[in-house]
Write a protein that binds this ligand. Structure first.
Ligand code: FES
Length: 143
């Protein structure tokens, strides 16, 4: 899986790229740290993109991520490298306004990435794919 982007086009220069996990905010999800306060919310304009991308799949995608490496999660749903961005959103002819969300893990492990693109906890699955709108609608992957 590769990403054509070598730089995050939307990250402010002040971004430090670290995640701070906390299990104190919601004890019910303490085993799933990415479901607590979205760790990169304050760093990324992607959180202020109110639109959601097209539904690529009606379920999340588990991906092993390596500590310190930066991953760009596809927001628009047009990437062929799901759940990651393949750079399609920066092609002018695609006219895609949504830009990817960067994720830089502090531990190497598997993460559940949203692949329906409707999550409110970008880039992770928050269960939004279970909604009637997603399950009853169309997706790129039909199963
Ligand atoms: S796959 Fe999008 S919220 Fe679960």
């Amino acid at each position: 899986m590769s990403c054509l982007l070598t730089q995050n086009p939307i990250a402010p220069s002040s971004y430090t790229g670290f995640l701070q996990y906390s299990s104190r905010r919601n004890p019910d999800v303490s085993d799933i740290p990415e479901l607590n306060e979205p760790p990169l919310k304050k760093f990324y304009e992607a959180y202020y993109q109110p639109e959601h991308g097209r539904v690529h799949d009606k379920k999340p995608f588990k991906l092993k991520c390596v500590k310190g490496k930066t991953y760009y999660w596809c927001v628009c749903g047009w990437s062929h490298d799901q759940p990651l961005c393949d750079g399609k959103c920066v092609l002018p002819e695609m006219k895609i306004k949504l830009k990817p969300v960067a994720f830089k893990p502090v531990v190497t492990r598997e993460y559940w990435f949203c692949n329906c693109k409707q999550t409110k906890n970008r880039p992770f699955c928050d269960g939004s794919h279970l909604s009637e709108a997603v399950q009853g609608g169309t997706s790129v992957i039909r199963r």
